[in-house]
Design a protein around this ligand. Sequence first.
Ligand SMILES: [Zn+2]
Length: 84
Amino acid sequence: MANEAGPRLEELLRQGVPVAAWCFDCGHHAVLAVAYLCARMDGRTAVAAVARRLSCSACGSRAIETRPHYTGLGVVAGHRWHGD
Ligand SMILES: [Zn+2]
């Protein structure tokens, strides 16, 4: 069983960093409070693996990606996302 790379939910919880999730199919995106996620799954879950537990609230797709939302501290504003 492969270990997911990247930070885990419990690390973001300590840092107060939310999780950004978005849908590849319709472009819907959301920022999820990490405390909300930790209440529903193991805090040792890798952030990247959270996507497999989600489906899009707009179109129902399971083509979701999740990653730490480091740039969103304090403010969730705007609808521009920059890929990398
Ligand atoms: Zn969608």
